[in-house]
Design a protein. Structure first.
Length: 444
C-alpha cells in the first residue's frame, strides 16, 4: 500500500515537473514496455472505429485473416522514419496486437493544421487530439478547448472537454500520459492535468461496460501525424486499488472518514464477536458465524469505499441504511450482495443474488470480480432511493430501487426499501470474507 501512495504523490508532482516536456526517442522508462521499436511496425495491425466485442468474438482463422488484410492498408499509410511513427492522414488506425487491461500509457505526438486524431483505449474512442486553432474550423464542436478530453463521452459530461488548454503550437511535440484503471481515465497533457479520473463511456454500447482489455489504437484523420516514445506500463492490482481509492491525481480520498483502522472494532455494534481483526489489519467474518455488524453512526446519503477479498464460495453483504436489528435485506434499505460468483454452489441463483446486486430486487452486471483470493475495490453511492455500485473501476449497478426493480418475491417483503437513514455495515453469512480500507463520506 505504501508503494501505491508514493505513486499517487509522484503523479501529483508530475503536474509541475519539467520532465513533462517531450524528449527524443530513448529506451523505455523503468517498468514500461516500448510499443514501437523505432524501426518497423512489428506488434501492430490495423483497425477502424470498430466494436471490440465483435472482432474479438471472431474465430481464430477469421481474426487472422482480418489482421493480415489490415496490414496491407497499414503499410500504405504508416511508416517508421528516424525513430518516429508517421501517418499520412489516411487509412486504418494503428492498433496493438496485444490487448491491455489497466495501464499507464506515455507517448509524444506532433500534428499539422486541420488534422483530427486521437487515442483509442481498449479499442474505445477516445482521448481527443485537435487542431485547436480557429482556422481549424472545429471550434463549434469543442476544438477551442484543446486536446486530451474524452470527446466521445455524452454531451455535457465532465471530462468530455479538457479542463485546460494544454496544446503546444504546430511543429512542436506534445506529450501525453494516460492512466486507465477499470473504466476510469486520467489524462495529463504537457504536464497539465486535463481529465481526472473520469469514466470513459462505451461508444458502441452506452448502457454497457467497457471491455476489460483491448488494444491501444492511434487514430489518423485528415492530416499527417507523427508519434514517438510510445511506452506502456501495466498496472497491477494493489496499485489499481489505491488509484481507485484516491479518486484521481487530485485525490478526493481525504474527504472520506475511516470507519475501520485495522486494529480493532471499536465504534462498531452488533454481534462483533462473530468477526475478527487479523494481523494483516483486515476485518473478517469468522467461519460458520454471521449476523450484521455496523458502524455506530447513522447515514442518509453517503459514499462508501472499501476493499473486499472473497474466499472460495464466499458470501457476505453490505448493510445499507440498516435499522440496527433484523435482516438488513428486508428491514434495511437493502443488502448489497458480496459473493463469489464463480462458486459451483451458486450456479443456479437468481440474477438478483450475485455480487453487487441489491439482494432480491435489482441485478448487478457480472464478470468484473477479480479471481478469488484477490483484493477487489468497491465503491457504493447511496443518494435518495438510487444506489450505484462500482467494482474495480466498472459500474455494475446504477438503479433507483423504488423504480428499477425486478423483485424475487412480493415487494412488500422488502419493508425497509424506503428507509432514508440507517447504519452501514457487513452482513455475515458464515464465510470468511475480509474487508479493509473501509471509508465513508457523507453527502447530506
Amino acid at each position: 500500500m505504501q508503494r501505491s501512495r508514493v505513486l499517487v504523490a509522484a503523479l501529483i508532482s508530475l503536474l509541475f515537473s519539467a520532465t513533462a516536456t517531450a524528449q527524443v526517442e530513448g529506451p523505455a522508462p523503468a517498468g514500461f514496455t516500448a510499443l514501437f521499436n523505432g524501426k518497423d511496425l512489428a506488434g501492430w495491425w490495423g483497425l477502424k472505429t470498430e466494436d471490440p466485442a465483435k472482432w474479438m468474438a471472431l474465430p481464430k482463422d477469421k481474426l487472422d485473416a482480418k489482421v493480415a488484410k489490415s496490414l496491407e492498408n497499414i503499410r500504405k499509410h504508416w511508416r517508421a522514419e528516424n525513430g518516429t511513427l508517421v501517418n499520412d492522414g489516411k487509412g486504418m488506425f494503428l492498433s496493438t496486437k496485444k490487448n491491455y487491461g489497466d495501464f499507464e500509457l506515455r507517448l509524444d505526438y506532433k500534428t499539422v493544421a486541420k488534422a483530427d486524431s486521437g487515442i483509442y483505449l481498449r479499442g474505445i474512442p477516445q482521448v481527443q487530439i485537435w487542431d485547436f486553432t480557429k482556422e481549424g474550423g472545429k471550434w463549434h464542436i469543442g476544438a477551442d478547448k484543446g486536446s486530451g478530453g474524452l470527446w466521445n463521452n455524452s454531451k455535457g459530461t465532465v471530462g468530455k472537454d479538457p479542463s485546460v488548454l494544454a496544446d503546444k503550437p504546430f511543429g512542436e511535440w506534445n506529450r501525453f500520459r494516460v492512466f486507465m484503471v477499470g473504466e476510469r481515465v486520467t489524462v495529463v497533457l504537457n504536464g497539465k492535468l486535463v481529465v481526472d479520473h473520469v469514466r470513459l463511456e462505451n461508444y458502441f454500447n452506452r448502457k454497457g461496460n467497457l471491455p476489460k482489455s483491448g488494444p491501444v489504437q492511434l487514430q489518423t484523420h485528415g492530416g499527417e501525424i507523427s508519434w514517438r516514445n510510445v511506452f506502456l506500463r501495466e498496472i497491477a492490482v494493489e496499485e489499481a486499488n489505491e488509484i481507485l481509492a484516491q479518486g484521481g491525481i487530485k485525490p478526493d480520498g481525504e474527504k472520506f472518514v475511516s470507519i475501520f483502522h485495522g486494529k480493532n472494532l471499536n465504534g462498531w455494534k452488533g454481534p462483533i464477536q462473530n468477526y475478527e481483526v487479523t494481523q494483516d489489519g483486515t476485518v473478517k467474518c469468522r467461519k460458520g458465524k454471521g449476523g450484521t455488524i455496523y458502524w455506530g453512526k447513522e447515514y442518509g446519503d453517503f459514499i462508501a469505499r472499501m476493499q473486499i477479498k472473497l474466499p472460495p464460495g464466499g458470501n457476505n453483504g453490505l448493510a445499507i441504511r440498516y435499522p440496527g436489528r433484523g435482516d438488513t435485506a428486508y428491514v434495511g434499505m437493502c443488502e448489497l450482495q458480496v459473493l463469489d460468483n464463480t462458486a459451483k454452489r451458486y450456479a443456479k441463483l437468481k440474477d438478483q443474488q450475485y455480487h453487487g446486486s441489491v439482494y432480491g430486487q435489482v441485478a448487478a452486471r457480472r464478470g468484473f470480480l477479480r479471481p478469488v483470493g484477490t483484493w477487489n475495490f468497491q465503491e457504493v453511492t447511496v443518494q435518495g432511493s438510487r444506489i450505484k455500485v462500482e467494482l474495480n473501476g466498472y459500474v455494475i449497478l446504477d438503479a433507483d430501487i423504488l423504480k428499477d426493480t425486478d423483485y424475487m418475491y412480493d415487494k412488500n417483503k422488502f419493508k425497509g426499501r424506503t428507509r432514508q437513514r440507517g447504519y452501514f455495515g457487513f452482513a455475515g453469512h458464515g464465510n470468511a470474507v475480509e474487508y479493509r480500507a473501509v471509508r465513508v463520506k457523507e453527502l447530506d
